[in-house]
Design a protein around this ligand. Structure first.
Ligand code: ADE
Length: 300
């Protein structure tokens, strides 16, 4: 890649230095946004990390940038592999090439995903399927391959990044459905794979986690402006606040936690919906007194 490598942000961590020394992680979507913060903190803590995504050029540049931030005496390493998580063979290769490069796999962070906004009624089948395949099926494929190729015999920790879809996800119904599916998959896999020493958890960031990637992706929607009234914490969230939760759940501090989803959203999911529903009378009450000549009108 020609051109200067952007200077890496100074990275810090609340966790002890060397916490993930001798550990190997895969982070899908590890070159941008929340995934990049997770990768940076894992590296900072001594982990060897394979980042994967579809966009090879951006991935390569991110890997180079993060590599330049690793101190010479650190055991941390970063490699990258192009992988479309919707393609079964590419997922198989992601896992096998990580094993070939680093010799083991301790952690799988399923962060890669994508969606586009719009009313559900306008979604084509192709668009709907693409979002389900990326966010739900892609996550399943990564889990299955990590388990079959390594974790079934050696244990490990899987961490799925989902979303704040707890009150539905209007304008993002496809990804809401997919992420709710991953929340449930987390529980099934935690049970099915417990006897193999595999823990499976999720982190659900709020939509208010600010990253340049999210701001660029949803620029026209101005998703961060005007968000504060809907967040009890009264501020946007930081990618490193998600990363801290991920590192905790990967670490031995969470050895007794599996099948769980941890929300990192400033309590927004407990609070007000962003959706404005206009005044209407399209949902009349059901009553024994309903006028049968006009089912929209109650006699009361
Ligand atoms: N990020 C967004 N979509 C992806 C995909 N299909 N594969 C990997 N990373 C992605």
């Amino acid at each position: 890649m020609a051109g200067a490598v952007p200077k890496s942000r100074r990275v810090s961590s609340i966790f002890r230095p060397g916490l993930f020394k001798d550990k190997v992680a895969i982070v899908t979507g590890g070159g941008t946004g929340i995934g990049k913060a997770i990768t940076q903190e894992l590296l900072h803590l001594g982990c060897k990390v394979m980042i994967a995504s579809r966009n090879l050029e951006r991935l390569e540049q991110a890997a180079e940038e993060m590599r330049s931030g690793i101190p010479q005496d650190s055991p941390a390493q970063i490699e990258h592999v192009e992988c479309n998580i919707r393609k079964e063979q590419q997922v198989k290769t992601l896992i096998s090439s990580t094993l070939a490069k680093f010799g083991k796999l301790d952690y799988l962070v399923n962060n890669g995903g994508g969606q586009f906004p719009g009313p559900a009624a306008s979604f084509s089948l192709k668009g709907w399927n693409a979002v389900i395949e990326t966010n739900l099926t892609g996550t399943f494929l990564c889990c299955r391959e990590a388990y079959n190729q390594w974790m079934a015999d050696h244990g490990g920790v899987i961490l799925n990044i989902i979303a704040d879809m707890w009150k539905g996800f209007p304008s993002m119904s496809h990804t809401g459905a997919a992420r709710a599916g991953v929340d449930n998959l987390t529980k099934s896999l935690a049970l099915e794979w417990a006897a193999n020493g595999v823990r499976v958890n999720s982190v659900a960031p709020g939509s208010s986690i600010y990253s340049e990637t999210a701001a660029a992706n949803y620029g026209d929607m101005k998703i961060f402006e005007g968000a504060i009234p809907y967040i009890p914490a009264k501020r946007l969230g930081k990618t490193e606040e998600v990363s801290a939760a991920v590192c905790f759940l990967l670490s031995p501090a969470a050895a007794y936690i599996s099948g769980e989803t941890l929300k990192v959203d400033g309590a927004a999911s407990l609070y007000r919906s962003l959706l404005n529903i206009p005044e209407h009378n399209k949902i009349p009450a059901f009553s024994w007194d309903i006028d049968e000549t006009d089912p929209t009108k109650s006699k009361l």
